[in-house]
Design a protein around this ligand. Structure first.
Ligand SMILES: [Zn+2]
Length: 313
């Protein structure tokens, strides 16, 4: 081999790769996303059916309308798991180009857990959910501002899912109530559109960001290509926090949307909060506060999704 190639090295050298011009991508603003996160956390714990949840619904509706979306509430009643009283739940849709029949679904949950029940010192403390709740809201509200500028054939639905974790008793109460309701309606209703792809974001604000591939998303045959594509975009944007290997299997809202609704949807989640290993754990504790999240992390995830949307064929 060496002998054969001698003298041809210059000729055989690949042309110098021109670095790709990244300036054509829309400018996702991490500070705006983080400000939304702070604003909704200021409302207090946003448990399904609570007054703070109602205020958050107004906040989301206002921001979506300002972004040019058509806002729709998908509302229904359940019984409160503790008291049996009726509670009205709502998934909030911000729809762009609602007439388009091929659509993209971008989702997060916006309710917060009733208690910080994994807190080692105070498991009955109220839970603020800066990362587990508000980070998805902040990211999707900032993303919404750019959707109308996309040159795409797809319609986009941004959805804020209720009652992901309206959990008072882990053995008794159902998870994913909002996404399950959406999935059943989508499957059974006589709708004239279909979701080509879906992306769920959850826990995307961690200051110490590492996004591994979620194991369901990389394993399902219909979603695997989307995982590969998203991590390809992250690599192109020089965002090494998207780590190209699986780590956790996360049971999250994407599971009912995929398994019941048949929607090819992946979960983008940093389940190590703050970091992998044996250090402190902020998940479902009183440490899940805005100070442990950052604009920079939200910007990284937001840029990847926005760029992916821009390149979508
Ligand atoms: Zn949670």
């Amino acid at each position: 081999m060496m002998a054969l190639n001698r003298g041809k090295e210059e000729e055989a050298a690949p042309p110098t790769a021109k670095p790709e011009d990244l300036s054509r991508y829309l400018p996702f603003d991490g500070n705006k996303a983080y400000q939304h996160l702070v604003d909704v956390c200021k409302l207090g714990p946003r448990v399904s059916g609570s007054q703070a949840m109602k205020l958050q619904q107004d906040y989301i509706q206002k921001a979506l309308t300002a972004a040019g979306a058509q806002v729709q509430f998908q509302s229904w009643d359940i019984r409160h798991p503790e008291t049996g009283q009726p509670v009205t739940l709502s998934n909030i849709f911000g729809r762009f180009h609602p007439e388009r029949t091929e659509r993209i679904l971008l989702a997060c949950h916006y309710d917060t857990r009733p208690y910080a029940d994994e807190d080692p010192d105070n498991p009955k403390a109220p839970f603020i959910g800066a990362n587990d709740g508000a980070s998805g809201v902040g990211l999707l509200l900032e993303l919404a501002r750019h959707i109308d500028k996309l040159d795409t054939k797809y319609g986009v639905d941004i959805v804020f899912l209720d009652a992901e974790e309206f959990i008072f008793d882990r053995e008794r109460d159902p998870f994913f109530v909002g996404s399950t309701y959406l999935a059943e309606k989508y499957r059974n209703a006589d709708i004239n559109f279909r979701y080509k792809w879906g992306i769920l974001v959850d826990m995307v604000g961690d200051k110490d960001l590492q996004i591994y591939q979620e194991r369901n998303s990389i394993s399902w045959r219909d979603t695997r290509p989307l995982v590969i594509d998203i991590w390809r975009v992250a690599k192109k944007l020089n965002i090494p926090e998207f780590v190209s290997r699986p780590r956790h299997t996360v049971n999250d809202d994407h599971v009912p949307l995929h398994d019941i609704g048949g929607i090819p949807i992946i979960d983008i989640i940093d389940f190590d909060y703050p970091s992998p290993g044996y250090g402190p754990k902020y998940w479902h504790t009183t440490k899940d506060v805005p100070e442990n999240c950052s604009a920079d992390s939200l910007a990284k995830v937001g840029k990847v999704i926005l760029t992916w949307l821009q390149e979508l064929e």
